[in-house]
Structures are given as structure tokens and as C-alpha cells.
Design a binder for this molecule. Structure first.
Ligand code: N7H
Length: 474
């Protein structure tokens, strides 16, 4: 049976965080790196430790009358409790470099150790054009995505450091760098922060995030309406994943998709107001884009206005289904309907595509100047992270086959169109959707712009702690 002590904490529960840094590195000295890794392993936060941390934070909040968070890794309020977390993950190039994978002979037991995930083996850059990222076809036939320099370089690994404050995270990150020093080169460190005050837990467009994540079978209690996924949808070598051939060291690991997703917030708000004319109508249209109001309340159960009590109640805020073939209450193309088409498809058809989301916002709050100019001057958005056992069923599938597909959910009339939040066109078509206008749901809306534009990322493998200790480290 699964032991929570073996799995890295971000996968199953989400490391608690007020702030988080992602330290992207290249491995220079393989043998020395592997030896230093053995000193890093004691710092790695397991799912068991994470579960304890989250329950301590919840107890503390209840005792002090602080609202308990319904979402993605408990948000730690600064100066309340000191907590930190460390996880580590490797790209395919990183594993090749350290001679574990892929299609290279596995050094210790002499088997061919292909981890058996083509998207992982090839890296995210090879997937960029399929995902619909903008970029240029090169003369040599390769696609050069319009990404930040960081992600155009060869990244071998990433260390995730989370905590209650910048001081905590910076101290912890300094220890990590110290342990790995001389064996890795830093490519870049990206940091994200929970938004301030009442916006805590909300992404930059203003919507509560981390409301809906599936529960993993036999790991978590579930709330009404929350899906339970087979352990093998999240973890390699478990449950349904045993059908795929994996090297033995892959057991209890998970693929982590990382994406840097800047968001054009004032532009998004201006589009809504220009299109809907009044602020109330703009708020409703925004909620119809997402499928939830800013509080997290699902529009299926709060059709005309936000209901903050509903948004905050974890026992109610996932307890809804869409009505197949009907977009009067929620557009077919709404982000949460595209990403989890409850009732549009059967439960068994959706389950293999479920992911565990662990992102964090980055960048400053929108300034008065940006608000007045309706134009972004400072980069902000989401450092998107999700875990799954098969990238071509999880992140990459959701982006390509559901968000970017105009006729998904299938069989609906009028055609749903693009996910207005994350849908991307691969052909340079204009993005349109139906269902945005509550009084005429068949009227198509030309979205005019794209407000989330990927600046890169990578596919990583987050190994089990025993594998880090006994196989990767020496
Ligand atoms: Fe999404 N947003 O603010 O609009 N997302 N998302 N996402 N997303 C969700 O249910 C957002 C992105 C999923 O089970 C909510 O937790 C933004 C990518 C999935 O009902 C909000 C960005 C992918 C769900 C947002 C972004 C997904 C989900 C509602 C990028 C995968 C759960 C809160 C900047 C390819 C669906 C919640 C369910 C929910 C937003 C990215 C997937 C508010 C701004 C790239 C599976």
C-alpha cells in the first residue's frame, strides 16, 4: 500500500505556502551532484509531513478565527506560523545527465529504463507548437516558441521551496543552494506570492483558485461533488498506471508540468466592460468565462450574482453538475467546464484527464497607472504547476484536446468555441466562444485578444523519496 512518507508533499496535498521559489538548475558535476543529493534528501518534505503541517495550520486558524482556506495547499498567513517545504524534480535531460533515464541503460540493475512518457522524454519545448504557444517555425523545421530565455535553455531540474514568508523561503533556498553548490549552475529562480489581503487564494484576474482538485483514492476525505481519482492517475506504478511499463524507480513519482503564464489583467477587465457595457454585466460575463464567480461560487448554483458564502463553503462549492447540451446557466466553453465537464462526459471518461493543480500567482498587484491606461506594464500571472501520471492525458491533453478545441464538449450546439481563459489557436484563427451573453447564448463572441500567453515551462519528474535516496543519490 501507498505510504505517504514516500511521496513528495506537493504532489498529494500541495506544500503550504504564502510564497514559493522555483530554483531551476543545470547539473554540471554528475557524481558530485549525486553525492550532494543525499544531503538534500533529509530536507525534502514528504506528503506525510505536509499533511501534518496543513492540519496544524488549520487548527491554528480555527483557534484564532481566521478563515480556513478551501483550496490548493493551505495558504499560510504570514507571521502566524513558521513553515517551509522543499521538493525536487528532474527533466528528462536531467535524468539523462544523471544516467537514470531515458533509453539509456539503467546503471544499477541493467535494464532499459525508459520511463515511457514521450512528452516527458522530449521536453515541453517539443510540445509547444501542439499546445498552441506562439512562436516561429525555423528554417530547420523546428519550432521556436516565443518563450523567456530561461525555458529555451537546457533545464535539468527544479527545486521548489515554499514557506510562510520571504525570509523563511530565502533561508531554506540558501541551504538548498549550499548543499548543491559546486555541482549545479543556476539558470533562474522564479518566485510567486499569494496575493495580499482579501485577494489571498485568488489568481490575478480576481477569481478564487484551487477550489476544485480531485481527491486521491484512500489519501483524502472527499467533499460533496469532489471527484476521487485512482492513485495511478497521479502516481506512477500505482493503480491504473500499473498497465504502463515503468522502471521500478518510477514508483510513487509523478510528472510535474510547469508553465509560466503571464496574464493581461487590465486588458481582460476592459474587454469585459467594453463588451458587457455595465460593471454588473461585466462581472456576470467574467463569471461565465470562468464558470465561477470571483468568490469561487459556481455559476451553476449562483446564476445571476456572486454568493460569497457558497464560494467559501468547501462542502457546497463543488456540489454541482452541468446540464448536457444546455449553456443557459454556464457556457460550454467556460474554463471549469472545459477542464472538468461534469456530466457532459461520463465520470469514467473524465477521470483519466484529472490533474492535481499546485500553482501560485507571481508579479505585483495592478497599479493605478495600469488600471487607468487599461494596459499591463509590469508582468504578472500564474506559475502554473500540475501533477499527473501521464502528460498526454493530463496537462498537454487538457490544453490541446479540450481548451483549444472549438467543438469540445462534443455534440453541443452551437459550437462551444475556445476556453476564453487559456484556449490558444494553433492556426492563428480568431478566438471565439458562444454562451458568453446570458440573453442570447447562441451569439458568438469574438474574444479579440488572448489574455494568458505562455512564456515557457518544462516537464519534470518528481521522484519518490526512497528513489531520491537509494537510486538517484549515492
Ligand atoms: Fe485553471 N482562472 O482564474 O480563470 N482555473 N486557470 N487551468 N483550471 C480554475 O476550480 C485559471 C489552467 C484547470 O475541477 C479556476 O479551483 C487561470 C491551465 C482545472 O472544476 C480558475 C489560468 C489548466 C480546473 C482558474 C489557468 C487549468 C481549473 C476555478 C492561467 C490545464 C478545475 C477554481 C493563467 C491545462 C476544474 C478552481 C474543476 C480551475 C483560472 C490555467 C486547469 C479561477 C487564470 C493551464 C482542471
Amino acid at each position: 500500500p501507498l505510504s505517504l512518507a514516500n511521496v513528495q508533499g506537493d504532489i498529494l496535498f500541495g506544500l503550504p505556502k504564502q510564497t514559493q521559489s522555483f530554483f531551476f538548475f543545470q547539473i554540471d558535476q554528475v557524481d558530485a551532484f549525486r553525492s550532494n543529493l543525499s544531503n538534500l534528501v533529509p530536507l525534502i518534505t514528504s506528503a506525510q509531513q505536509t499533511q501534518t503541517n496543513i492540519s496544524e495550520i488549520r487548527q491554528f486558524k480555527i483557534k484564532n478565527n481566521i478563515a480556513v482556506d478551501a483550496g490548493d495547499g493551505e495558504v499560510v498567513h504570514p507571521d502566524v506560523i513558521t513553515v517551509s517545504g522543499v521538493n525536487i524534480a528532474f527533466s528528462a535531460k536531467g535524468l539523462q545527465k544523471s544516467k537514470f533515464s531515458t533509453k539509456l541503460t539503467f546503471m544499477r540493475i541493467g535494464i532499459l529504463d525508459d520511463i515511457n512518457d514521450t512528452l516527458f522524454n522530449n521536453g515541453m519545448k517539443s510540445d509547444a507548437s501542439n499546445l498552441g504557444d506562439s512562436g516561429m517555425q525555423q528554417a530547420d523545421g523546428t519550432f521556436q516558441p516565443d518563450w523567456d530565455d530561461t525555458f529555451l535553455q537546457e533545464i535539468h531540474g527544479v527545486t521548489l521551496v515554499t514557506g510562510d514568508s520571504h525570509d523563511t523561503v530565502n533561508d531554506k533556498l540558501a541551504s538548498v543552494k549550499d548543499i548543491l553548490s559546486g555541482t549545479v549552475t543556476e539558470i533562474s529562480t522564479l518566485s510567486g506570492d499569494v496575493r495580499p489581503g482579501d485577494e489571498a487564494g485568488h489568481e490575478h484576474f480576481g477569481y478564487k483558485d484551487g477550489v476544485s482538485n480531485p481527491a486521491v483514492q484512500d489519501v483524502e476525505a472527499i467533499n460533496p461533488g469532489q471527484a476521487t481519482i485512482d492513485q495511478g492517475v497521479a502516481l506512477l506504478g500505482r493503480g491504473v498506471d500499473t498497465a504502463t511499463t515503468r522502471p521500478s524507480w518510477a514508483l510513487d513519482g509523478s510528472f510535474m508540468a510547469f508553465r509560466k503564464l503571464p496574464q493581461l489583467v487590465p486588458e481582460f477587465d476592459k474587454f469585459l466592460l467594453d463588451t458587457a457595457k455595465t460593471q454588473d454585466a461585466a462581472d456576470l460575463m467574467g463569471a461565465r468565462f470562468v464558470g465561477r464567480w470571483k468568490s469561487g461560487a459556481p455559476i451553476m448554483n449562483a446564476t445571476t450574482q456572486d454568493d460569497p458564502a457558497l464560494g467559501a463553503d468547501a462542502t457546497l462549492n463543488n456540489d454541482f453538475k452541468f446540464v448536457k447540451g444546455d449553456q443557459s446557466a454556464c457556457p460550454f466553453a467556460a474554463h471549469i467546464r472545459k477542464m472538468n465537464p461534469r456530466n457532459d462526459l461520463s465520470e469514467s471518461a473524465i477521470q483519466p484527464h484529472m490533474i492535481l493543480r499546485r500553482g501560485i500567482p507571481f508579479g505585483p498587484e495592478v497599479s493605478d497607472e495600469e488600471r487607468q491606461a487599461n494596459a499591463t506594464a509590469q508582468e504578472r500571472g500564474l506559475l502554473f504547476v500540475c501533477y499527473q501520471s501521464v502528460l498526454s492525458s493530463g496537462f498537454s491533453f487538457l490544453q490541446q484536446a479540450w481548451a483549444n478545441k472549438q467543438n469540445f464538449p462534443p455534440g453541443d450546439s452551437p459550437t462551444p468555441g475556445f476556453d476564453p481563459i487559456i484556449g490558444q489557436t494553433t492556426s492563428g484563427d480568431v478566438r471565439t466562444m458562444t454562451g458568453a451573453f446570458v440573453n442570447n447564448t447562441s451569439q458568438p463572441l469574438n474574444l479579440l485578444a488572448q489574455w494568458v500567453n505562455s512564456k515557457g515551462g518544462e516537464y519534470f519528474f518528481s521522484p519518490s523519496i526512497p528513489t531520491l535516496q537509494n537510486v538517484f543519490a549515492t
